[in-house]
Design a protein around this ligand. Structure first.
Ligand SMILES: NC(=O)C1=CN([C@@H]2O[C@H](COP(=O)(O)OP(=O)(O)OC[C@H]3O[C@@H](n4cnc5c(N)ncnc54)[C@H](O)[C@@H]3O)[C@@H](O)[C@H]2O)C=CC1
Ligand SMILES: O=C(O)C(=O)[C@H](O)COP(=O)(O)O
Length: 372
C-alpha cells in the first residue's frame, strides 16, 4: 500500500511506516503524476485536494487532512468517487485558544487595559471556540458565544446574536470558511460590518482569511478607523495584502494552531482513522514521540498579584508579540510567507509545562489552564 504524506506532518514517517510504503511529498511540487499510484493521501491545509490532483489516482481509498479546516479539499468530488475523507477537527483547538489568550495579554499591555475587565465575543463555538471559553472560564474572564448553527441545533449553551457580539471589547473569529448557504461565513466581516467597530475594539481573525475582507479593512484604516486588528490568517494566502500589515495591531503567518502538540495530534488522528479503516489495532501514540518540553519548570512567587502572575506565565510560554515582530520584519511576499510558516519554531502547549505554583493565590486557575 502506497501512503503519500505531506512533509509538514510531524511524525508521519513514524506513525505510518508499518502500514505500507510511506512516501513524503511537498505541496510545492505535488501533482497528479506524482501521486498516481497512491492508496492513501495525507495532507495539511497547504495542499489543494481536487479533481486536478486526483484524477490519475485510481487506487485511492483514503484521503485525510491533519487539520481542522477542510476548505482546501473538494469533499464533493471525493464523495462522487466514493473515497472516504477524514479530517482532524479539534487537533489544534488548544493551540489556537492559547494563541488568543496570549493576544489578550499583549493587547492589554499595548492598550493599557486589564484583561479581567473585558468581555470576549467568540464567533464559532466549535472545538476552538469551546477550548477558548474553557480557558476564559478558568480565569474568570467574561465571554459570550455566537454560533447560529449550534444554537439552531439545540446546543444547550447560552448564545447571543451577532449584534450583541459586536458590543464586546474583543471579538474573536473561529468559524470555518463557508462560501454560501444560510450559515455563510465568507466575507462575514465586510466593510459595513468592520465599520461598526469602535476605535480600540479588538478583532482577532485566527480562522480563515476569507471570513474578513482585507481590502475593506485597509480602506477603513486609510479613512481613519482605529479598531485593533489581529490577523493570523489572511485572504489569498500565501499572496497576502502586504499594504494591510502596518495597520495591524498584531500579525502572524497562520501559525495559531502550530504547536507541536496541535500538529502532531493531527497526524495521530489520521493514523487512528486509517487503522480503523484497515481494521488494524493501533500500536502507536503521540506520547511515544513528543519531546520533553523546555523549560519544563516555571515557578510562581506567592507574593505575585494574580493577574500579573497569569500574564507572565502565559507570555513565558508563548508571546505573540515575538511572532508579530519577526513576521512584520521578514515577510515581503508569498514565498516568504510560506517560508516563515514552514520554519516556524516549535511552540509547546501549556500541558507540556510544569509549573510550581507554590502558594500563588488561586493556583487552581493555573492547572485549569492545562499546566502540569
Ligand atoms: N489559524 C489556525 O492555525 C487555525 C485555524 N482554524 C480554522 O478555524 C476554524 C474553526 O476551527 P474548529 O473550532 O476546530 O472548527 P469546528 O468545526 O469545531 O467549529 C466551527 C464552529 O463554527 C460554527 N459556525 C459555522 N458557521 C457559522 C456562522 N455563520 N456563524 C457562527 N458560527 C458558525 C459551527 O457551528 C461550529 O460550531 C476551522 O474551520 C479552521 O478554518 C482551525 C485551527 C487552526
Ligand atoms: O487546522 C487548521 O485548519 C489550520 O489552519 C492549520 O493550523 C494550518 O496548518 P497547515 O496546514 O498550514 O500546516
Amino acid at each position: 500500500m502506497k501512503i503519500y504524506y505531506e512533509d509538514s506532518m510531524p511524525y508521519a514517517a513514524e506513525f505510518f511506516a508499518d502500514l505500507g510504503e510511506a512516501v513524503v511529498f511537498s505541496h510545492k511540487t505535488i501533482d497528479a503524476e506524482t501521486i498516481k499510484d497512491a492508496d492513501v493521501l495525507l495532507v495539511r491545509s497547504t495542499t489543494k485536494v481536487n479533481q486536478e490532483l486526483l484524477h490519475l489516482a485510481t487506487n485511492l481509498k483514503f484521503v485525510g487532512t491533519a487539520t481542522a479546516g477542510t476548505d482546501h479539499v473538494d469533499i464533493k468530488y471525493l464523495a462522487s468517487r466514493g473515497i472516504p475523507f477524514f479530517s482532524a477537527g479539534g487537533c489544534n483547538a488548544v493551540a489556537v485558544a492559547e494563541y488568543v489568550l496570549s493576544t489578550l495579554f499583549v493587547m492589554a499591555d499595548k492598550l493599557d487595559w486589564q484583561v479581567a475587565d473585558k468581555t470576549i465575543g467568540i464567533i464559532g463555538a466549535g472545538h476552538v471556540g469551546t477550548a477558548l471559553s474553557k480557558h476564559l472560564s478558568a480565569l474568570g474572564i467574561n465571554y459570550k458565544l455566537c454560533d447560529p448553527p449550534l444554537q439552531d441545533n439545540g446546543d444547550s449553551r447560552t448564545f447571543v446574536s451577532m449584534q450583541e457580539i459586536m458590543q464586546c471589547d474583543v471579538i474573536t473569529l473561529h468559524v470555518p470558511w463557508v462560501k454560501d448557504g444560510v450559515y455563510k461565513t465568507e466575507n462575514m466581516f465586510d466593510k459595513a460590518q468592520l465599520a461598526q467597530l469602535s476605535d480600540g475594539q479588538v478583532l482577532i481573525n485566527a480562522c480563515r482569511g476569507e471570513v474578513l475582507n482585507n481590502q475593506a479593512a485597509l480602506e477603513l484604516f486609510k479613512e481613519g478607523h482605529r479598531f485593533q486588528l489581529v490577523l493570523d490568517v489572511w485572504e489569498n494566502e500565501p499572496d497576502i495584502n502586504l499594504e494591510l500589515m502596518p495597520f495591524t495591531a498584531l500579525a502572524t503567518a497562520h501559525i495559531a494552531g502550530h504547536t507541536i502538540e496541535g500538529k502532531a495530534r493531527g497526524t495521530e488522528m489520521l493514523y487512528l482513522d486509517l487503522c480503523q479503516q484497515l481494521n488494524i489495532q493501533p500500536n502507536k501514540e503521540l506520547t511515544d514521540y513528543l519531546p520533553i518540553a523546555a523549560p519544563s519548570d516555571i515557578a510562581l512567587e506567592s507574593t505575585e498579584p494574580f493577574w500579573q502572575g497569569i500574564r507572565n506565565i502565559v507570555l513565558d510560554v508563548y508571546n505573540i508579540a515575538d511572532d508579530d515582530r519577526q513576521f512584520k520584519a521578514q515577510v515581503d511576499g508569498g514565498e516568504q510567507f510560506r517560508y516563515i510558516r514552514k520554519h516556524y519554531p516549535i511552540r509547546r502547549e501549556f500541558s507540556a509545562i510544569k509549573v510550581n505554583a507554590g502558594n500563588f493565590v488561586n493556583s487552581k486557575a493555573i492547572y485549569d489552564l492545562g499546566f502540569l
